[in-house]
Ligand binder design. Structure first.
Ligand SMILES: [Zn+2]
Length: 155
């Protein structure tokens, strides 16, 4: 057996630093025509709870964009929440498009959001499409799980 250097699992690169959170006046990453400070930041800080499943989904996308793993874990249903979440610093989220919603309003206890999130990873553009399920727990929307239409059709 050749004593060559073992191929290590890719470690988080120290060269890529997470994107700095936008200022309060900056456009919100979630794509709504609002400043971050008036849009998703109150959800990230815990000052406010997202009123609808769609707003929660947008705030979770924004959390990926600004590197707020804490918000992602806090808004994940306990049944499906991972113990820890490490965000890839080489990932740059570049846009969110909501393509469909069902229920998920103030008057519902469940809802779904279908979306496409665009990103670049090490400079390579890509897109993730997901059909996410949300539920209300203790009066707050949480993310339950998602299916990926692209992968399903690929068999
Ligand atoms: Zn927002």
């Amino acid at each position: 057996m050749a004593r060559r250097t073992a191929r290590r699992r890719p470690a988080p690169s120290t060269a890529a630093t997470p994107a700095a959170p936008p200022g309060a006046e900056a456009p919100c990453p979630c794509g709504l025509p609002a400043a971050y400070g008036d849009c998703c930041r109150p959800f990230h800080s815990g000052e406010a709870a997202a009123p609808t499943a769609e707003r929660l989904m947008r705030s979770r996308y924004s959390a990926f964009a600004v590197g707020d793993a804490g918000h992602l874990l806090r808004t994940w249903a306990p049944a499906t929440r991972p113990a820890t979440l490490e965000l890839d610093p080489a990932m740059r989220w570049t846009g969110l498009e909501i393509t469909g919603t069902t229920d998920g309003t103030l008057f519902h206890s469940t809802g779904t959001v279908t979306f496409t999130a665009r990103y670049t990873h090490h400079g390579q553009p890509g897109a993730l499409s997901e059909h996410s399920r949300f539920e209300k727990a203790d009066g707050r929307w949480v993310y339950l799980d998602g299916t990926f239409p692209d992968e399903a059709s690929a068999g």
